[in-house]
Design a protein around this ligand. Structure first.
Ligand SMILES: [Zn+2]
Length: 277
């Protein structure tokens, strides 16, 4: 696929010279891409996770109509994927579910500032192959058992999705902090993202000992490998592609998936492209 190769080469061109010329760096880079490609969360597991929210000690302040994906990542995904002992290492939520070696067959990209229930409803809309997630918001509140029965009947509960919030190891990057505070106008946005959208409480921080890798650790970080990971999966599977945009979405951007757009999907040769409204 010439266009995909062009994109991959373009990506490699911006790698630091010491990494591109280091055999050890290249091996680590490829290994990490394969690790990422092999993570996925099944629809049934996503619904089980959703059932946990707001119950017991799992994110007691969860509100289905107001809690954002960022709220859920900070207060449910990170705590549930943390090590038992803080001296240990955390995992991606999907890794904790034991999905090593099973690439996701569908990709979801989304904005962490959007409502989390809309993301889940969008996945349901994809599973039922309908263009809108709105009808499923009611199901998420009231009729999940009936919905599960229908999904089982359709063989959709085991369909595996790649959703960065679940498939990237948050403990290897953001779990212990919010990044350095920017100056100027960006400070307000940075500060807002430290607080729960519903309760207004400061997010708790994870104190695990997982080594952190950011852009300076180009070969090991999980935050810069979206494009080559997509190409890897696309070569193995007839990878479906599914884009989520909710009705009040800000321009699609998230720090892992980057500025993904229709052009990117075309370039990757994805055979299925969907915008769920
Ligand atoms: Zn952690």
């Amino acid at each position: 696929m010439q266009s995909a190769q062009l994109g991959f080469n373009t990506f490699l061109c911006i790698m630091p010279i010491d990494v591109t010329t280091s055999e050890r760096g290249r091996v680590a880079w490829k290994r990490k891409i394969q690790e990422l490609a092999d993570r996925g969360i099944q629809l049934g597991q996503l619904l089980e996770f959703y059932d946990l929210l707001g119950r017991g000690s799992v994110m007691p302040g969860f509100h289905p109509l107001r809690s954002t994906t960022n709220d859920v990542v900070r207060q449910a995904i990170i705590p549930l994927s943390a090590p038992r002992q803080m001296s240990g290492h955390g995992q991606a939520y999907a890794s904790k579910l034991g999905h090593h070696g099973q690439p996701a067959s569908r990709m979801v990209t989304h904005n962490w500032n959007n409502i989390f229930s809309h993301l889940v409803a969008s996945v349901l809309a994809d599973a039922f192959d309908v263009p809108s997630y709105a009808p499923f918001l009611l199901h998420l509140g009231e009729r999940l058992p009936a919905l599960r029965d229908e999904l089982r009947r359709r063989g959709q509960m085991e369909v595996s999705y790649w959703i960065c919030a679940f498939t990237v190891n948050q403990h290897a990057s953001i779990c212990g902090g919010f990044g350095p505070a920017p100056k100027g106008q960006e400070f307000l946005e940075w500060d807002r993202k430290r607080y729960d959208s519903v309760t207004g409480e400061l997010y708790p921080l994870c104190r695990c000992a997982t080594p952190k890798f950011f852009n300076a650790d180009w070969d090991l970080t999980e935050l810069n490998k979206f494009d080559p990971m997509m190409e890897t999966v696309q070569q193995i599977w007839a990878f479906s592609f599914f884009l989520h945009l909710c009705s009040h979405a800000k321009p699609l951007y998230n720090p892992i998936c980057g500025a993904l757009d229709e052009l990117t999907a075309t370039w990757l040769g994805c055979h299925k492209w969907k915008i769920c409204l």
